[in-house]
Design a protein around this ligand. Structure first.
Ligand SMILES: [Zn+2]
Ligand SMILES: [Zn+2]
Length: 466
């Protein structure tokens, strides 16, 4: 049995594994490479994945760095089902449709440039109809149920606590009379975060493919972050000014809405209107209602109260509603995409407000190099938005503790129940500076064999005794 590491080897994007036995070929995730110049080129090649040869595919969660290249597969011969949780199926439809939209716009812009240079046009990686084709192959599998997906291959999905519907995958593979258990962690969330249930652990494995995004550090305690957030909102209400929060549509947006509506309910912040200005985030938020059965105990128990909180939020669907908000100066909290301020409706809000004293911008989560969000964190005095120079007079706040990923200690805790079975550990979905310290900790604490593969490496399990 061999497992090809086709992506996320020493980087956080492009998650993709191919499990190959003498009787079956199973794909686990087919993510997009993102965030650097050569990403487009890498996305075009499917590497070791031959879609027509696959017996099954499994998707751990809807994020584009895990699902983003699935739509390329049906046109290249994919005929098998794609197994994922029901919530992932719903969420992936939304995120992939958005990705197709971005592809279409980027390709159009690139082709206008190419035409002016006299070069031939390029094609997008996939279109709307490719998204439709792959979504029709989704075969929902609720958490905890066992399913045979190929000859000698059974799977079970458990909650990974990372985003709605996210899963860790247990794969049991039988080959030549021996049985092996392979765990794919997917992306592992933090425990004790509102709305989502905590990550579920395993107690036995032969091999563990484990994410290592924050393998080198722990996050700030969540409560500290929430206290800081409350102070920012109180201060802004006192100043009668706007608070702008760029946020990712799935996960962080709902967490922020939860905290804000809870603060309103408790009366710990003044009554100030909250706007969610992102059609995609609105649709993602609706899915939390549809799939409330998989949310954490507290959310299910208080679901009526939490829903009433969310009903106080103003949901802006049309561009006209969004524009109307630009022209208003009264205090408001506005959550809009995109998370790193590099596209979307947040840009209009920033353009209309960054130059105004008293306005607060709250940046949550990771801002990649070169993004507008990063320039604001770095203290830029002026920024360029839509070709216009904008003075930065607003106060820029960063909130550290709201990551959707487990920090180092939590990753070690997640692994611990499996340690006694002494699995081989393969660290992926992390840069070397993050996964190397985690590897050291795992080796010294548990004496396990830890591998740090690069893309294209093959982990050969037939050489390992059962
Ligand atoms: Zn993820
Ligand atoms: Zn990921």
């Amino acid at each position: 049995m061999k497992i090809h590491v086709c992506g996320a080897g020493g980087e956080v994007t492009g998650s993709c594994y191919l499990v190959q036995t003498s009787q079956a070929r199973v794909l686990v995730d087919m993510g997009m490479f993102q965030g650097y110049a050569k990403a487009d080129e890498k996305n075009e090649s499917l590497g070791a994945v031959e879609p027509a040869q696959l017996d099954a595919a499994v998707l751990t969660h809807a994020h584009i760095d895990h699902a983003g290249r699935l739509p390329m597969l049906p046109a290249r011969g994919l005929r098998c089902p794609v197994h994922c949780t029901p919530a992932t199926a719903d969420l992936a439809r939304i995120l992939l449709a958005d990705a197709a939209n971005i592809q279409a716009m980027d390709t159009e812009r690139e082709n206008r440039k190419r035409e002016r240079r006299g070069e031939p046009p390029i094609e997008p990686l996939f279109t709307d109809s490719d998204v439709e084709a792959v979504c029709n192959r989704f075969n929902p599998l609720p958490y905890g149920e066992l399913r045979q997906i190929a000859h000698g291959v059974k799977i079970r999905l458990v909650d990974a606590g990372h985003i709605l519907g996210s899963a860790s995958l247990e794969m049991t593979v039988q080959e030549n009379g021996s049985t092996k258990t392979i765990i794919f962690s997917g992306d592992i969330g933090q425990s004790h975060v509102p709305l989502l249930a905590d990550p579920v652990t395993f107690d036995h494995a032969d091999v563990v493919f484990m994410e290592s995004t924050y393998g080198d550090r722990d996050h700030r305690p969540l409560q500290q972050t929430v206290d800081e957030f409350r102070e920012i909102i109180k201060q802004a209400a006192w100043n009668k000014s706007k608070v702008l929060i760029p946020a990712f549509a799935v996960g962080r947006t709902q967490l922020l809405l939860y905290y804000l509506t809870e603060m309103l309910r408790e009366g710990s912040i003044p009554d100030i209107p909250i706007y969610l200005d992102s059609p995609m985030a609105i649709r993602a938020t609706e899915l939390y209602g549809k799939h409330q059965g998989i949310l954490d105990d507290d959310t299910r128990r208080r679901h009526g109260e939490i829903r009433r909180g969310f009903e106080r939020v103003n949901y802006l669907v049309t561009p006209a509603e969004s524009r109307a908000l630009n022209e208003r100066w009264d205090p408001a909290i506005i959550i809009a995409g995109s998370g790193m301020c590099d596209a979307g409706r947040i840009l209009h809000h920033l353009k209309h407000n960054l130059w105004r004293k008293g306005v607060s911008v709250v940046l949550v989560g990771f801002m990649s190099q070169g993004s507008l969000g990063r320039r604001l964190i770095d203290g830029a005095e002026r920024v360029r938005i839509h070709g216009e120079d904008i003075l930065v007079r607003a106060r820029i706040h960063t909130l550290g503790g709201l990551s959707a990923h487990a920090g180092q200690s939590a990753l070690l805790d997640w692994f611990k129940p499996m340690a006694a079975s002494r699995p081989m550990v393969v660290l992926t979905h992390g840069e070397d500076r993050a996964r190397t310290p985690l590897a050291e900790k795992l080796r010294t604490r548990h004496g396990v064999d830890v591998r740090l593969p690069v893309n294209g490496d093959v982990i050969d399990l037939s050489a390992r005794p059962a």
